[in-house]
Design a protein around this ligand. Sequence first.
Ligand code: HEM
Ligand code: HEM
Length: 196
Amino acid sequence: MPKLAKATDARPGAHLPAGMVRVWDPVVRLFHWSLVVSVAIAWFSANHNEALHTRAGYVAAGLIAVRLIWGLIGSRYARLSTWVRGPRAVLRYLRDILTGTEARFLGHNPAGGAMILALMTVVAALGLTGWMMFTPTWYGVDWVTHLHGLIADVLAVLVMGHLAGVALASLRHRENLVVAMLTGKKRASGPDDPAL
Ligand code: HEM
Ligand code: HEM
């Protein structure tokens, strides 16, 4: 049916290199790299520039809110329903990693999804505890300040785990996930990949 073929060619995906598919939409990519920049600014300004620190921290927390909404209405792989898995699926995937049998996912794999949820929760908690420090109730209250610093340390550890996970998955499945998060494109699913 030549007519149908033509209509398919006109789709944005038609200009993709052979064997490649679009996975990360522009909102996801923009969100990710803006989050990296804002968290880095908040981190490195923490002890010298309060105005910059609080602004960057609020931007990071705001990005999480936007991403959660996009997780409900965004494109297929942006949607939380495609990558938020229960603890069993996450544990099974971690076990598969240990035995070297973990499947390749086009979207986030179950372990990556759990890490992403943790990263987003921790950034949101930094926004909340940071905000608390400027309210009359919690201003100058030691435990809030300590908690904020502690959560920031947890974030640093999680980011290292995130980078290790990205590196491991890139090596295991012979694809550069960082480039994919920049371009949005990935190699199409193979016969052994799960349906997602
Ligand atoms: C402050 C540091 C970082 C934070 C808080 C962070 C957070 C996140 C989040 C929330 C996602 C999910 C994206 C989405 O679905 O919207 C993600 C995915 C991803 N991040 Fe990061 N990230 C950080 C640093 C980095 C860095 C430095 C790199 C690479 C050099 C990186 C590479 C990736 C990749 C490749 C993915 C997609 C993983 C996959 O294919 O499943 N991240 N990150
Ligand atoms: C991604 C977001 C954020 C990160 C990574 C972050 C990280 C940090 C770190 C590492 C410190 C130093 C803690 C210490 O020296 O023990 C700090 C201190 C502080 N942060 Fe944040 N923060 C974030 C968001 C915010 C926000 C949104 C606010 C307020 C609106 C805020 C307000 C403060 C204040 C007032 C301090 C100084 C506390 C003190 O020592 O008196 N932060 N933050």
